[in-house]
Design a protein around this ligand. Structure first.
Ligand code: GDD
Ligand code: MN
Length: 362
C-alpha cells in the first residue's frame, strides 16, 4: 500500500477539523492506510492550532502560514512539503468525503495520473440547491475549461495524484481556486479519471468563494491556454483582439449615427476607436509587440503596420454604403472590417514571404 499525504487548506475551519480528523482516522484504520494530514492554515487564529496541538494523533500537523495567503498557494505549499507516495487534496468542511480516498488510490494504482472526486460524474451529486445563476456560472466555468481537459468537474478541490507526477510539474502559477485544473495542465496529466462523490454542504462556517475569485479564474484560464497551446495563442489572440475591436467599432458607429454625426466621419472615428482598442489589447497581451520598446515606438510601428488595412476598411465601408443602400450602416462596417482584415493578412504574409526569400538568397 502506498503512503498517503492528505493536504487540506484552511481558513477559519476550527469547528470542522475534529470531524475531518475523525473520519480520516476511520478510513485509515479500516483500509490499513499509512496516512498523514497536513492542515495548511492561513493564520486563522480561531483555535485551529490549539485544537490540533491538543489532539493525540501524531500523523496530523497544522502549518500556520503567515505570508502568501490564498487557497491555491496553501495547497501548493502543502503538496511541496508532503512526503507520501500519493498526494490527496481536499476541503476541511467535509464537503469532500474522506471515505472516497480508497477508490481514488485504486484508480491511481490502475494507471490514472490524476483522480478527481467529481460532483458531475455519473453517480455524483451535490447537496446544495444552487440558484440558476450559480448553476449557470459553474457550467460556463466548466465549459471554458473544455479545451484543457475533458473531465466533467475540473473545478473540484478534491483530487489525488502520485507525488512523482506532482514533482514533474513546472511553472506553477497559483491564482484563485482552481488548483486542480492548474495541476492537470502543468503536470501534464493525461489519464485524468473521475470518481463520483456526493458533495455535502459544509457543516460549519461560510464559503470563501467570491466574485473576485471568479474573475481571477478568467485570467487563470488565459494563462493555462497559453501554457498548453503555446503555438495557437497568436491565433487566439488575433481572434480575441479582433473580436473586441469589431465590437468597439460597431458600438461607436451605432452611437455616432444615432447622434446624427455625418456617416463618413462616424465610420472614420469608429475605425480609429477600434484601432486604439486593438493597440491597447495587443500591448496587454504582449506577444504581438516587440518587447522592451517604449509605448511611443510601439505606437508608431503599430500605426504603420495597420494603417493600410484601416484605409482599405474605410473605403470598403463607404463603397458598401453607396452600393448597398438597403444595408444598415453596421452591415457595411462589418464588410469593411472583413475586407480590411483580409488585406492586412495578405499583405503581412506577402511581406513575410519576401523577407524570408531575400534572406535565403543571400
Ligand atoms: N489556506 C487557505 N487560504 N485556505 C482557504 C482559503 C485561503 O485563502 N480560502 C478557502 N480556504 C479553504 C477553506 O477553509 C476550505 O477548507 C477550502 O479551502 C474550500 O473553501 P470553501 O470556502 O469551502 O470553498 P467552496 O466550498 O465555496 O468551494 C469548493 O467547491 C468549489 C467547486 O464548487 C472548493 O472545493 C473549491 O476548490 C471548488 O472549486
Ligand atoms: Mn466548502
Amino acid at each position: 500500500m502506498p503512503s498517503v499525504s492528505v493536504v487540506v487548506p484552511t481558513f477559519e475551519e476550527a469547528r470542522n477539523l475534529p470531524h475531518l480528523i475523525d473520519r480520516l482516522a476511520a478510513v485509515a484504520r479500516t483500509e490499513r492506510l499509512h496516512l498523514d494530514l497536513a492542515i495548511m492554515d492561513d493564520d486563522s487564529r480561531d483555535g485551529s492550532l490549539e485544537l490540533v496541538q491538543s489532539r493525540p494523533e501524531d500523523w496530523v500537523r497544522l502549518v500556520v502560514r503567515t505570508a502568501d495567503h490564498g487557497l491555491s498557494q496553501a495547497v501548493l505549499d502543502g503538496l511541496r512539503r508532503a512526503t507520501g507516495d500519493v498526494l490527496v487534496c481536499m476541503d476541511a468542511d467535509l464537503s469532500h468525503p474522506p471515505e472516497a480516498i480508497p477508490a481514488m488510490l485504486a484508480k491511481l494504482a490502475e494507471g490514472a495520473d490524476f483522480v478527481i472526486g467529481s460532483r458531475y460524474a455519473e453517480g455524483g451529486s451535490t447537496a446544495h440547491d444552487w440558484g440558476f445563476l450559480r448553476w449557470i456560472n459553474s457550467r460556463v466555468a466548466t465549459w471554458l475549461a473544455r479545451p484543457l481537459t475533458h473531465v466533467r468537474d475540473p473545478m473540484s478541490g478534491f483530487f489525488a495524484l502520485r507525488r512523482q507526477t506532482f514533482e514533474a510539474g513546472r511553472d506553477f502559477n497559483p491564482v484563485g481556486y482552481k488548483i486542480g485544473l492548474e495541476l492537470i495542465v502543468k503536470c501534464g496529466c493525461e489519464r485524468v479519471v473521475e470518481i463520483p462523490i456526493h458533495f455535502a454542504d459544509r457543516r460549519f462556517g461560510v464559503s470563501k468563494l467570491t466574485l473576485k475569485q471568479q474573475l481571477l479564474y478568467l485570467g487563470h484560464l488565459w494563462r493555462l491556454y497559453a501554457f498548453k497551446f503555446g503555438v495557437w495563442t497568436p491565433l487566439v489572440q488575433f481572434l480575441v483582439v479582433g473580436g473586441l475591436g469589431t465590437l468597439v467599432n460597431l458600438l461607436l458607429l451605432t452611437m455616432l449615427t444615432a447622434l446624427d454625426v455625418p456617416v463618413r466621419l462616424a465610420v472614420a472615428v469608429s475605425i480609429l476607436g477600434a484601432m486604439g482598442t486593438n493597440f491597447a489589447l495587443s500591448r496587454r497581451f504582449g506577444a504581438a509587440m516587440a518587447p522592451g520598446l517604449r509605448v511611443s515606438r510601439q505606437l508608431v510601428s503599430y500605426v504603420t503596420a495597420t494603417t493600410p488595412g484601416a484605409l482599405v476598411n474605410y473605403l470598403a465601408t463607404l463603397l458598401a454604403l453607396a452600393r448597398l443602400p438597403a444595408w444598415p450602416v453596421q452591415g457595411a462596417a462589418l464588410l469593411g472590417i472583413a475586407v480590411g482584415t483580409a488585406f492586412n493578412f495578405t499583405a503581412s504574409r506577402y511581406l513575410a514571404f519576401k523577407a524570408r526569400h531575400v534572406r535565403a538568397g543571400r
